[in-house]
Write a protein that binds this ligand. Structure first.
Ligand code: HEC
Length: 188
């Protein structure tokens, strides 16, 4: 397993503060990727439960739509994820995450690098497993992890199957619709 001294970054993430601990413990890239994935998934679930379900489905006070700016509605969960991923990218730390798929609605989400394509194939064949790999992009080494993104409800399937930009129109409930990608830089 690859060990990288990501203690400070990880504790920063968890405590949202800058902990300058003297007793640094190495955290493996895999453990770090898993922890980040947990946070991404939790944020997405919380947005769906506390905002979308409550305001759209229960209270019916607002819609959630793709054109949320023009429509003055709430953004979709995938758009929230993209927005936070873009904020993280602005930090230029080399660390990144995104929702990817071989049949994306948004072409920017298409699996691109060899590891992404390999990881997606692996997950489609083994939906209960995660993919972990290493890759070099522009001369820099990365740890790349992919986690299955499953069609947990009929709304996932209906929206994607009926979307004009979706390259796949026959998703079924519980299919793998794509993956959450977490990429961690390994070089100092
Ligand atoms: C109301 C429509 C809608 C619903 C419901 C919906 N999605 Fe999406 N999904 C989108 C749109 C639009 C995007 C592209 C967002 C962007 O610009 O990155 C997207 C992006 C994605 C992507 C990235 C690849 C791509 O297609 O661009 C995955 C994977 C995905 N959704 C899975 C899901 C899952 C799983 C669910 C259910 C839990 C779900 N979606 C529910 C509209 C929807």
């Amino acid at each position: 397993m690859i060990k990288v001294p990501y203690t400070l970054i990880l504790s920063g993430l968890l405590a949202a503060g800058s902990i300058q601990s003297a007793s640094a413990v190495d955290v493996s890239a895999e453990v770090m990727a898993d922890a980040i994935h947990d946070v991404i998934e939790a944020d997405r679930a919380v947005y769906v439960d506390l905002v979308i379900h409550r305001l759209v489905d229960e209270e019916e006070v607002i819609e959630a739509t793709e054109e949320y700016n023009d429509d003055v509605t709430l953004p979709l969960p995938a758009q929230m994820l993209r927005a936070s991923a873009e904020k993280v990218r602005e930090k230029n730390s080399g660390f990144s995450f995104s929702l990817v798929s071989p049949w994306p609605i948004n072409s920017q989400n298409k699996v691109k690098t060899e590891a992404e394509v390999k990881g997606m194939d692996f997950i489609l064949k083994n939906p209960t497993k995660n993919y972990y790999g290493e890759e070099t992009i522009a001369g820099k080494k990365y740890f790349t992890a992919l986690y299955a993104d499953i069609a947990v409800s009929k709304s996932c399937v209906d929206c994607h199957n009926n979307h004009k930009d979706s390259a796949k129109k026959d998703f079924k409930v519980l299919d793998v619709m794509g993956a959450v990608l977490v990429r961690i830089p390994l070089d100092k």
